[in-house]
Design a protein around this ligand. Structure first.
Ligand code: BG6
Ligand code: BG6
Ligand code: GLC
Ligand code: GLC
Length: 881
């Protein structure tokens, strides 16, 4: 009996021993695993192998640990460990250096962890909302650091696409999406508060930063909790998936995935396989599943886990000759004891100190947020005057409204800077236009000639063919006659290629400069703007100049029927697709807007009925000193070096021709003050035009922006550091943001005016828009739309991009003009038979007006009937055409 019991006990003991045996790794085994891990870490870092590596080595965009100068008040979220925590972290620097934290823990129910992504993020926002209420902080827009303890592929400190869920989370529609965007959208959905999401960080990174704040030697962060993972500071030159070789960046190893390519099968036990089979992500996170991951169903530990911790601590030689590495360890002591021992054994040359993060990772996330904002803050302080509050923008909006008023008034117009030029275009296309036209498009970044055929089978369709022509600088800066000879020559060439030299097609001329019209086909250039400066053209009718040049050639004939500004052409192009379009704006080489104004408000044109398109020429806003309070030293320098000093001051603050140069001047000044490029200034950096507006667009691209910054700055010879690239990206953002904000203010003024003109509580309208800056810059349109919506909430605005330029619009105006010309001709022929003694010329025109209803495009007739007579008898005045 006793023997039987003893035998059973002995066999049970053997079974236990055998089982435990499988969990115990020999030194040799540990060394082998360490080597395999080393190989995987390398593979994760290398460009060619990164995609297939099981240890992903994800860049974190954290370039340094805190240095004690961080300060501010931050909100932090800590999601993905055992607890979901929302915190406020107040950091002080200097002699009062301290960190104070307030936090609340919230539950995340299983059905939310594994529900939809939208539910999960709505829940998170709900908890933040509760916490902000509790803290009484709902009205402050706090910067937020988001500890998100899952593998994220980052392209910036505030951009993280979830690679795959790990641990107990499995919410749908999150993998492959940016978690910062998802959080932002959920905040928007709830619409109760706003936050400035500055950083998204892994818990290992947050932990490293927390500990590094106390001990600057800390450069590794390790988590052994619900999951397990490690991060460490790696030399930039080794991180091949991120551009740049200078300095360091923290890498989130995601070592939990080690073994997913079957290379630790020899040490996995049947229990590990069982755990895997029962998990949410079978076959994944195999390393994490080994005994050190503290899950309810695997509460056993063994020394085998410890090898992982050692591997990344590749010894670094310090000047003193000692090898150091510091691991911040979050765990408890039985585990930590074994960990320390084994680390010592496996990395005998490293002297490692383990520091437990008492404060979790939220403090670290707040510190990262502070670090990320700190450099920005320096630049912000520097460029403070380029950032506007909504209050300032509203003030600028009301100044511009006053300027518009001034430009429209008869007495005030002569001294007004915003000229509010009548265009003699009285309505947008109505769908009945047709014909074969030529359009010239001169004044933007391209000189283009187009053939536009508008046909009317069943549906109105437009066919276009176009060609671009050069406008060399010596021509646009030479004599006016040479410029128009050039235009006539290009037109001849185009007609020849189109085989229409023998036809006299109606021509619409988009001429993108301020012109005074007395009719549609007479346009006196008031002043050159942008890059043009040909002599002898200001004060002249450009139709006459072009006709003269064509006549001089004598090889073809053309009938120039309409001159339109590019804003007007754009409005008409967009109006063709959307009848609601009543504003046209250009944000390109230059900037300008036109809109449909009530005729009764246009003092410079007779008549009160109907509307007319006004070319505002808002580029000149500020030429009377109205914007001096918001112009910076850089704006003044740009103006001094321009072709037209003292003119187009608003345009010079916002448009594509000047923005690149603005950034260059700022960079020079910042470099001189040692804020950039370690104070290095190169001849290229000092050369006008070396930094272009298209570079701003490239640098502000979400994905490759920093790489582009590096490329562009390297071409300027300044050898930028990673911090420099971020700073330059920030400068670009400030300059382009200012542009979008200022244009939002002036556009807001136009929209508010349209609403008041119509005397309606809400305006629903469409803005036709074109220009290279608006089209090419990755964030510009979004920023502009957003600010406009904030500044004029009572307007529902649709922004419609003109895909086909302004030429189509110019052709549509020409269609009207040529139809009217035909009709006038017909009437003239009909009326020619009636004895002149019976009817005056004026009345003929009046009859024509009645006959053709509102097609009176160029002519405006004021008709007064005498009711005493049965005969048609009237008095009419004809406006000069
Ligand atoms: C907390 C950190 O202290 O530890 C979290 O603040 C981290 O960011 C967590 O995720 C890890 O441990 P556990 O056991 O909660 O998974
Ligand atoms: C084009 C229009 O699309 O945009 C031109 O056809 C206009 O008429 C131009 O002048 C404005 O943009 P940019 O960037 O070329 O000045
Ligand atoms: C999992 C996550 C990882 C996290 C770790 C610890 O391994 O994938 O991102 O750091 O758990 O929470
Ligand atoms: C300049 C011109 C204006 C034009 C604008 C956009 O501001 O003066 O007429 O519309 O550039 O091209």
């Amino acid at each position: 009996m006793v023997t039987a019991v003893a035998q059973r006990l002995a066999s049970q003991r053997k079974e236990i021993d055998d089982t435990l045996e499988a969990f115990t790794l020999s030194s040799t085994q540990l060394q082998q695993v360490k080597e395999r891990m080393r190989v995987e870490l390398e593979r994760g870092l290398k460009k060619d192998t990164h995609h297939t590596a099981s240890v992903k080595m994800l860049p974190s965009y954290v370039y340094r640990t805190p240095d004690g100068t961080e300060r501010g008040k931050f909100l932090a979220l800590d999601l993905g460990g055992t607890n979901f925590r929302v915190l406020v972290v107040k950091i002080r620097s200097g002699i009062r250096k301290s960190v104070r934290m307030y936090n609340k823990i919230y539950a995340i129910p299983l059905e939310i962890m594994q529900g939809t992504g939208e539910e999960l993020f709505d829940h998170i926002v709900h908890c933040i909302s509760d916490f902000l209420d509790y803290m009484g902080m709902k009205n402050t827009r706090l910067p937020l650091g988001f500890t998100f303890s899952f593998p994220c592929s980052q392209t910036g400190i505030d951009k993280g696409t979830l690679v795959s869920w790990t641990k107990g989370f499995k919410a749908t529609d999150c993998e492959g999406h940016d978690v910062v965007d998802m959080l932002r959208e959920a905040i928007k959905r709830q619409n109760e508060f706003d936050l400035d999401i500055v950083a998204v960080v892994n818990d290992t990174v947050g932990t490293m930063m927390t500990c590094a704040y106390e001990d600057p030697k800390c450069e590794i962060g390790l988590i052994a909790g619900t999951g397990s993972n490690v991060c460490y500071m790696e030399a930039m030159k080794n991180i091949e998936v991120v551009e740049g070789d200078n300095g360091q960046m923290c890498v989130n190893t995601e070592w939990g995935g080690f073994g997913d390519n079957d290379n630790i099968e020899d040490i996995r036990t049947k229990f590990d396989r069982e755990v895997d089979q029962g998990s949410l992500n079978v076959g994944k996170q195999r390393c994490e599943q080994l005994s050190f991951s503290l899950r309810d169903d695997s509460d056993y530990y063994c020394e085998g886990s410890v090898w992982c911790c050692v591997t990344p601590s590749q010894p670094r030689t310090r000047p003193s000759g000692h090898h150091y590495d510091n691991i911040c360890l979050l765990s408890f002591y039985s585990f930590s004891g074994i960990l320390k021992e084994t680390v010592k054994e496996l990395a005998p040359k490293c002297e490692v100190e383990f520091v437990l993060s008492e404060d979790g990772s939220g403090k670290g996330a707040a510190l990262i947020t502070a670090v990320a904002r700190q450099h920005h803050r320096e630049i912000d302080k520097y460029l403070y005057s380029m950032r506007f509050s909504d209050e300032t923008l509203r003030d600028i909006m009301s100044r511009f409204r006053m300027e518009m008023e001034k430009g429209l008034g008869r007495d005030t117009n002569p001294t007004a800077t915003v000229k509010m030029l009548p265009t003699f275009v009285r309505s947008i296309p109505d769908g009945s236009e047709k014909g074969d036209f030529i359009a010239l498009d001169l004044g933007g970044s391209n000189f283009r000639i187009l053939r536009v055929k508008v046909s009317h089978e069943k549906k109105q369709t437009v066919q276009m063919e176009s060609q671009n022509y050069e406008t060399p600088e010596d021509i646009i800066h030479g004599s006016g006659s040479r410029l128009f000879d050039h235009v006539a020559e290009c037109l001849g060439d185009f007609m020849e290629k189109q085989n229409i030299k023998d036809k006299k097609l109606p021509v619409g001329f988009t001429f993108s400069f301020p012109c005074a019209h007395t009719k549609l086909d007479e346009a006196v250039l008031l002043t050159w703007t942008k890059r043009f400066k040909a002599s002898g053209v200001e004060g002249m009718d450009v139709v006459k100049l072009l006709n003269k040049a064509i006549k001089k050639r004598g090889d073809y004939d053309a009938d120039i029927m309409a001159v339109v500004n590019d804003t007007v052409g754009t409005m008409m192009t967009c109006g063709f697709d959307d009848q609601r379009c009543e504003v046209g704006i250009i944000i390109g080489t230059g900037t300008n807007a036109c809109y449909m104004e009530e005729l009764r408000h246009i003092d410079m044109v007779e008549g009160d009925e109907g509307r007319m398109c006004i070319n505002t020429e808002w580029g000149a806003f500020g030429d009377d000193g109205m914007l001096e309070d918001i112009r910076t030293e850089f704006d003044r320098e740009i103006d001094r070096g321009s072709l037209n000093p003292g003119k187009q001051l608003f345009e010079k603050m916002v448009s594509g021709m000047y923005m690149g140069e603005l950034v260059r001047l700022i960079l020079v000044k910042m470099a001189k003050e040692g804020l950039l490029f370690e104070g290095r200034i190169t001849p290229e950096l000092l050369t006008k035009g070396k930094f272009e507006t298209k570079h701003i667009s490239a640098i502000e691209k979400t994905k490759e922006g920093l790489t582009k910054a590096k490329e562009i700055l390297t071409r300027l010879g300044v050898e930028p550091s990673a911090d420099d690239c971020i700073a330059v990206q920030h400068v670009c953002a400030i300059v382009s943001f200012r542009s979008a904000n200022l244009i939002a203010a002036t556009l807001g003024a136009i929209l508010a005016r349209l609403k008041d003109n119509k005397n309606i509580p809400r305006l629903r309208t469409t803005v036709g828009i074109d220009g290279s800056l608006y089209k090419m810059h990755p964030q510009y349109s979004r920023r502009l739309h957003k600010t406009v919506r904030r500044l004029v909430p009572e307007c529902d605005v649709r922004f419609l991009l003109s895909e086909s330029g302004s030429g189509k619009g110019a052709a549509l105006v020409t269609a009207w003009a040529s139809r009217l010309a035909d009709q006038t001709r017909q009437i003239a022929e009909t009326l020619a038979d009636i004895p002149t003694a019976l009817i005056s010329l004026n009345c003929k025109v009046m009859l024509a007006a009645i006959f053709f209803g509102n097609h009176c495009f160029q002519h405006k007739c004021v008709v007064t009937f005498s009711h005493n007579t049965k005969h048609l008898f009237g008095f009419c005045t004809q406006q000069p055409i």
